[in-house]
Write a protein that binds this ligand. Structure first.
Ligand code: ADP
Ligand code: TRP
Length: 331
């Protein structure tokens, strides 16, 4: 049986937070363990460049994403694990795909569109602060996906449109030159597709409401204490469904612990106590990967060599496929 190709990337634009872990890394790690799949995971540093324009920050954040994957259990011997910028064929393909990308699709891509809307609402010029990297972001992402003949792309809900654009561009190319690219599909983790942040909105760097995954215990406790709660007394029963504390607790506790906590919510538990319990389960989950993460971050040479090995494996696929693509277009 042919193994299915799975691919996903994370851009180094901030410290990895719990939402990234639950929504993207955890499901991707599960797929990497499954023998029916070939997996390719990468650090999307050139996508990060649309936002991060500081040399030091780019380096630190890229190492941070790399160390996070490894600390959480990615085995680089099983998955192809690389840095996007180490695989030049991606950028060559990105240009080719740009020549098959109707500009109208880019106008409607959500990251660009929401920036334009923000600008308009604040009375600025529509394209203020928009660089062409941000505008053509979905084309580079399509190149990431299509160059590996990817069938499945595990992502959060916000990335669905980008995977659909990759399909569109693949179809446009295939129509002209015959079957070349596989049409990719996204996979969404339904029940954990949106992990709430400290303020109850989606946990996101953009909202400043994140819990960084490898936070030190004291800071972690402080962040948890910041989670907004209502003014009910400890004796009053509490709704589990609408509680950020309960939603987060569910992700890190065993099913027995979750059932017990559900009972305590119904029977009455003080918010302070609930927060302590949440800290307990989160911290014991994070402890081991946190120390592994720290070790890896102290050894950038090791991270570089793992990524370079990954790039060699990646290019065993991308170089020959790129040759075939160029032959098809007559270049
Ligand atoms: P952010 O929203 O913090 O900028 P990214 O856009 O870098 O996060 O997301 C990287 C990956 O993590 C994506 O696949 C995204 O869908 C997923 N992700 C981010 N935040 C969450 C969340 N709160 N819940 C579930 N998945 C998330
Ligand atoms: N755009 C994705 C994000 O912001 C990151 C990414 C870049 C990606 N290239 C990709 C995800 C290819 C999946 C496949 O989260």
């Amino acid at each position: 049986m042919m193994k299915k190709q799975v691919l996903t990337g994370i851009k180094p634009t901030g410290r990895i937070h719990l939402g990234n872990y639950i929504g993207a890394i955890k499901p991707a790690l599960r797929l990497a363990e499954n023998v029916s799949y070939n997996t390719a995971y990468f650090v999307a540093d050139y996508h990060g460049l649309t936002k991060v324009h500081d040399q030091h920050e780019m380096k630190e954040l890229s190492y941070g994403v790399t160390a996070a994957w490894l600390a959480l259990g990615l085995n680089p011997d099983r998955a192809i694990f690389y840095r996007q910028s180490d695989v030049p064929e991606i950028f060559e393909l990105s240009w080719i795909l740009a020549c098959f990308a109707p500009k109208g699709i880019m106008n409607r891509a959500h990251a660009y569109k929401s920036m334009v809307e923000d600008n308009q609402n604040s009375g600025r010029e529509a394209d203020a602060g928009v660089n062409m990297g941000l505008f053509t972001y979905p084309i580079l992402m399509a190149a990431d996906i299509l160059l590996f003949q990817t069938e499945l792309v595990p992502v959060g809900k916000d990335q669905i449109q980008h995977v659909e654009i990759a399909r569109d561009l693949a179809e446009n190319f295939n129509k002209q030159y015959g079957e070349t690219f596989v049409l990719p599909e996204y996979i969404i983790q339904e029940e954990t597709s949106v992990l709430p942040g400290l303020d109850g909105r989606k946990m996101s760097k953009s909202y400043n409401n994140t819990i960084p995954l490898f936070e030190e215990p004291k800071k972690l406790q402080k962040l948890i204490n910041k989670i907004k709660t209502d003014s009910s007394t400890p004796e009053e029963p509490k709704d589990t469904e609408s509680s950020v504390i309960f939603s987060l607790y569910k992700e890190f506790a065993t099913s027995d612990q979750v059932e017990e906590m559900r009972g305590r919510f119904q029977g009455g538990i003080g918010w302070g106590e609930a927060k302590k319990e949440l800290f307990g389960v989160m911290n014991s989950f994070i402890e081991e990967p946190r120390s592994k993460y720290k070790e890896l971050m102290a050894n950038p040479h090791l991270l570089d060599s793992i990524l370079q090995m990954g790039a060699i494996k990646a290019r065993e696929k991308t170089i020959p496929f790129m040759k075939e693509i160029k032959r098809k277009i007559g270049i």
